[in-house]
Structures are given as C-alpha cells and as structure tokens.
Design a protein around this ligand. Structure first.
Ligand code: GMT
Length: 371
C-alpha cells in the first residue's frame, strides 16, 4: 500500500507525530511519501520505503500571500499519479484537508479515486480553525474527508461544539516510540549531580503560558537546588529570558532553542512542566513520561487523558502556579515519592506505545481502500 502524508515539517507535535507514523508504517512495508514544503525535521533518514517531495510555492509581485494550498493540491495530484498513491493522510486540518479535497476533485476528473484521512491535532480546531476567517472552509473540508480522527476525546468534543459536523470522528490518541527513550545519556555532566532538573519543551507560543513555567521554576528554586532547561523556540522566548533575568535566576535557566537532543535531556530530567492554557493532547508531556519524567501540568483540554493525576504527575487549574509550585516541591523533596512517580510515568506512557496505536490507522486505510 502506498500512503501520502501531508503535515507541517516543523518541530510542532503534529509534524513529529506524522513523521513517526510514516517511519513506523515504512518499517511495516508501506511505501510512504511525505509531501510538504520542507523535509520534516524528525525525518532523519530516507530509505527505499520513505520519500519526500517538496512543495514549491513560486512568488509573484501580485501575490500578497503565496497560495500554498494551490501549490500543495497540484503537487498532491502529480504525486498520486506518479507514485500510484492509494490514500492521502493529512495532519492538521488547515490548509491540508482543504488542499487534499481539491486534489481529490481534480483526480476524480481523471477517473482516479483517492480516499482522504484527516487527523485533527488541536489549534486547527480550537484556536485557528474556528476563527470566522477560516471556519467555513475548515468545516467543509472536515465534512468532506473520507475519514476523520482526533487526537483526544477533548478535541473531538471541541470539534463537535465549534463546528456543524456531519462526519464521524474517531479518537486515536497520539503515540510514542518508547525505544527512543531508553537512552541513559552522559549529558548529566552538563550539570552538578545535586541539581534537580526541571524541563519544558514547546513552540513557545502564548497558549503554552511560558511565563508560568518561569514563575513555577522560580518558586521551586527557592526551596530546591535546581536548574530549568527550556527546549524550543517561538514568540514568547524573549519575554521568558527577560523574566528569568529580572527574577535573578538567569544562571539557572538554560534556553536550548530548537534541539534534536530533547530525548537525551529528558533522560536525566526530574520533572516536566506544561502549564498550558489550551492543549488538545500535550505530546511533549507524553514524551517526558516515556523518559520516566513526571509531569506538573494544567488540566486543560486533553491533558488529563494523558497525564494521570497523582500517578504520572499532578494537575492543576490553568494559572494556579502556586499549587504547581507546591506540588513540584512535595515531589522533588521526597526521593521515594519522586521515584514512584518516575516509574509510574513510564508505565503510563506504555499505554500510548506506537505499536499499539498505529494499527488503528492501518485498519482505517485498509477499510477505505478495500471499499
Ligand atoms: O497548534 C499547536 O500548538 C501546534 C500543534 C502541533 O502541530 O504541534 O500542537 C497540537 O498538536 C499536537 C500533536 O497532536 C498536540 O500534542 C498539541 O496538544 C496540540 N496543541 C494544542 O492543542 C495547543
């Protein structure tokens, strides 16, 4: 079976998830074609089963915005015909589901049928998708996909609340490749062995409440000798650096930027912070748990479906940084309790093992293609 995958090639969770899915499918014998504007950041190796096709978007003085979805839909038509792709799986509805629908229509004109699977990831529904400027087209492309999945029950409910959906939506949670988190890396030499390591990974956007991450660490650090590792980059990073400086903890907060060493850093972290405002799933929290790192998080959106309160971590209302600080200090100051939570978080992550989740997508593909 030949599968085309459309996603954002960036560090964000939907791109990471789509890449991991493609690699896992290729290992199972599927021929995989990634079609996007850059090679996905996590797609290290291209082997004979995995291909990448760049969507080129020529500019023109008349264009204020280069029409990416037009270039993407044309590329999809070409690639489906050239490689006899059986099915397109698009990740993040905007503009991928819409472009895939246009490609499907263009191919139908040439008597080629191609099923489209759309996976909803989060802000394509909650933040951006439901904006009046996009809502009509997003609703249309969800209702005209051949199959729709959402990464959490919370996101499915948000979709049904925010849009007039006539299509079924199946919840298939994100997954993690646990083999990638068994590495006990020597990076521990970066820090003095007595420091507790607190880590945060995100795209540093407003929804992640980066200021809360700094405030929570500031509160922890008053009682616990610790360091904060901040991985990722985005619009809120500068403000976070300024806040760390103004609180006098600049030397205790390390900003790594976009890093391909997240797994190594997680392998010696003691706690992960995710105090998001909005979060459909929280893939970064699942990755931390896979590395045996307990999570202090807010209870927004799909996070409670991932981070099990009082088992793999502790949850609080959005913005309740005081409780998050107290929960963190209670965990970090009791070695036995911390080790129990570390073991539990790895156990919780095993419930999202890639080998158990990916067959759900395979079944969808097979049903659609054999229809
Ligand atoms: O919208 C974003 O913040 C980016 C988006 C992405 O592409 O990473 O994140 C969403 O998809 C992830 C993968 O399914 C989820 O783990 C994130 O929770 C979700 N982000 C939000 O809902 C804010």
């Amino acid at each position: 079976m030949v599968i085309g995958i459309v996603c954002y090639p960036t560090f964000g969770g939907s791109g990471v998830l789509a890449t991991e899915l493609g690699i896992e499918l290729s290992k199972k014998g599927y021929e995989i074609h990634f079609i996007t504007y850059n090679q996905p950041v996590k797609l290290e190796l291209l082997d004979n089963n995995v291909h990448y096709h760049e969507v080129n978007v020529p500019d023109y003085p008349l264009f204020h915005y280069p029409p990416y979805e037009l270039a993407l839909s044309s590329k999809l038509v070409e690639m489906v015909k050239k490689y006899k792709i059986d099915l397109l799986h698009v990740h993040y509805a905007i503009p991928h589901a819409y472009a895939a629908y246009m490609a499907k229509k263009m191919l139908k004109d040439q008597n080629i049928e191609i099923p489209i699977v759309t996976t909803l990831h989060g802000t394509d529904i909650t933040l951006v998708g439901s904006h009046p400027s996009y809502k009509t087209a997003v609703e249309f492309s969800i209702n005209n996909s051949d199959f729709v999945t959402a990464v959490s029950k919370s996101l499915k409910n948000d979709t049904l609340k925010l849009f007039n959906i006539s299509n079924e939506i199946k919840v298939i949670p994100n997954f993690v490749n646990l083999d990638k988190y068994n590495d006990k890396n020597s990076k521990k030499n970066l820090i003095s062995s007595t420091d507790k390591i607190i880590t945060h990974v995100s795209n540093f956007r407003k929804v992640k409440r980066i200021n809360d991450v700094i405030d929570i660490f500031y509160g922890i650090n008053k009682k616990i000798k610790s360091k904060l590792f901040m991985i990722g980059d985005g619009p809120e990073k500068k403000k976070a650096e300024k806040k760390a400086k103004s609180l006098g903890i600049k030397d205790k907060v390390v900003f790594f930027g976009k890093s391909n060493e997240t797994n190594q850093i997680l392998s010696f972290s003691d706690l992960f912070l995710l105090p998001s405002e909005i979060e459909s799933f929280g893939l970064s929290a699942l990755e931390a748990m896979a590395a045996g790192v307990p999570v202090i998080s807010s209870d927004t959106g799909g996070i409670p479906e991932v981070n099990k309160h009082n088992f793999s971590g502790l949850l609080s209302k959005v913005g309740d940084t005081e409780k998050m600080v107290n929960d963190a200090i209670n965990l970090l100051s009791d070695e036995q309790l911390l080790n129990d939570f570390k073991k539990n978080s790895r156990k919780r992550a095993e419930e999202f093992d890639i080998h158990n989740i990916v067959p759900n997508y395979e079944n969808i593909y097979k049903n659609l293609i054999n229809q």
